[in-house]
Design a protein around this ligand. Structure first.
Ligand code: PEP
Ligand code: CO
Length: 461
């Protein structure tokens, strides 16, 4: 079948709403969106692909993270700034400990649409269509709010544009200064309980390295920029009508390639990765880096078939395989996928989403994720991928810069009883600021130990 930006329309599609009261109004909105400026441009998308190619070769590490679902109500400059700050803090810890460049990809500026496990939600005997993300319907439990409204797509586009505008300013306007970020980390490290000493030591080593670089004259106006970062965006390519409307043929390089300009990277969810369905069809034709969520139901041969379809030329940096098994299932599920892909010589980035397989419901009815299980899945991921001779190249997290109480555990523990105090997510439970940074420090420690072991082995010790 010949690919076009709309060829997906002929195929079955899961999780795209079919209950818009006026389907013609949806097409009209998509028409309007197709005339709007792109959010990102082809050269940036290619730059991310080149960075991911480095990850696939073991030369860099991918940090991807953000809200499960962005919302219209919580659209505030301060929230975005806090999120970006925590993201930078995590990236600095990972860069230093791993000794590798960290590729920074936000789950932000477009992450609205949600595939839901249940089509309906029942409260006190009343059944309504599920909330499916602010770009589809409203989260309030009323019949009116749950009706899909295409104008929400325009609002999501506008919010994404404004969010990205601020993020770009923060990334290049001095806020990302390394010394600042390390000072924030030191403040965080000092207030941690038992883990404190290790984290404080790491921050001091970063401080010393920065001083060393200053001493050599490597920083400052004539040296390398330590106050600017490349920050990319991503979201799940779920609402294909929106993604199609944002897809543009490249004019700049004259390559004729199609880019989905709604984000630098998009991914295919665990519920929509059927080989001959619409989501895979759409994604195979765009030139962006593509993530594929890999859960317990994915068969190794099916994964190879997906790679054939999504990346027939085996281009490095094109595919990020995001393992999301659950801490109790990863040991049984992941090794055979890594083995198959490695034996077949496929170039991919292996990343770990330790969130989506570790969701449980408390007795009081809150959806939560225990921090210990999240940390355990990332650790197992690193061990398993390495044991199969591949490179564990990244993490994919649901996190916020705010002090929410959605995931239990961590060094300043959130207890089951305290979940209700600041439970704010519109969808899945996110790591709060402290939990996210703690997880980054935990991963950083693992990366550092790995480096030390390799150095000792190289020295024959
Ligand atoms: C998500 O990333 O929010 C999500 C729904 O993940 P998955 O497709 O892995 O369940
Ligand atoms: Co989620």
């Amino acid at each position: 079948m010949t690919w076009t930006p709309s060829s997906w329309r002929a195929l079955p599609a899961r999780h795209i709403p079919s209950d818009y009261p006026d389907p013609a109004a949806v097409l009209a909105v998509e028409q309007r969106l197709s005339k709007k400026p792109p959010l990102v441009v082809a050269s940036e998308i290619e730059k991310l692909k080149a960075e991911l190619a480095r990850v696939s070769k073991g030369e860099a590490f991918l940090l991807q993270g953000g809200d499960c679902a962005e919302s219209f109500a919580e659209f505030e400059a301060d929230r975005i700034t806090r999120y970006f700050r925590v993201f930078l803090q995590m990236a600095v810890a990972l860069t230093f400990a791993g000794g590798k460049h960290v590729v920074k990809v936000g789950r932000v500026a477009g992450q609205f649409a949600k595939p839901r496990s249940e089509p309906t939600e029942v409260i006190d005997g009343v059944s309504l269509p599920s909330y499916r993300g602010d770009n589809i319907n409203g989260s309030a439990f009323t019949p009116e709010s749950r009706i899909p409204d295409p104008e929400r797509l325009v609002e999501a586009y506008n919010q994404s544009t404004a969010s990205l505008n601020l993020l770009r300013a923060l990334a290049t306007g001095g806020y990302a200064d390394l010394e600042n970020v390390n000072r924030w980390n030191l403040k965080f490290a000092k207030k941690q309980g038992k883990a404190s000493a290790e984290y404080v030591k790491l921050c001091h080593r970063i401080e010393e390295s920065l001083e060393f670089m200053d001493g050599l004259g490597l920083t400052g106006p004539a040296g390398i920029a330590t106050d600017t970062v490349d920050f990319f965006t991503s979201h799940e390519a779920l609402l294909l009508g929106y993604e199609e409307a944002m897809t543009r043929q490249d004019q700049l390089f004259g390559s004729g390639a199609y880019y989905d300009t709604s984000a630098h990277m998009v991914w295919i969810g665990d519920r929509t990765r059927q080989l001959d369905h619409a989501h895979v069809e759409f994604c195979r034709g765009i030139a962006n880096p593509i993530g594929v969520k890999c859960g317990p139901s994915l068969d190794a041969d099916e994964l190879l078939a997906l790679l054939d379809k999504l990346n027939p030329k085996n281009e490095a940096g094109r595919i990020v395989l995001i393992a999301r098994f659950g801490s109790d299932k990863i040991a049984a599920g992941l090794p055979k996928l890594v083995r198959k892909v490695t034996d077949a010589g496929r170039s991919v980035v292996w990343s770990s989403d330790p969130m989506h397989g570790n969701t449980l419901k408390t007795a009081s009815g809150y959806k939560t994720r225990p921090f210990e299980r999240v940390a355990s899945e990332v650790n197992d991921f690193m061990d398993i991928v390495r044991a199969e001779g591949a490179y564990p190249g990244g993490v994919h997290l649901e996190m916020t810069g705010d002090d929410v109480t959605e995931c239990t555990g961590g060094a300043t523990p959130v207890t089951e009883e305290s979940l209700s105090s600041r439970y704010r997510t519109h969808c899945d439970p996110r790591l709060n600021a402290d939990q996210a940074i703690e997880l980054a420090f935990t991963i950083a420690n693992g990366l550092r130990e790995g480096r030390q072991q390799r150095r000792l082995a190289a020295a024959g010790l």
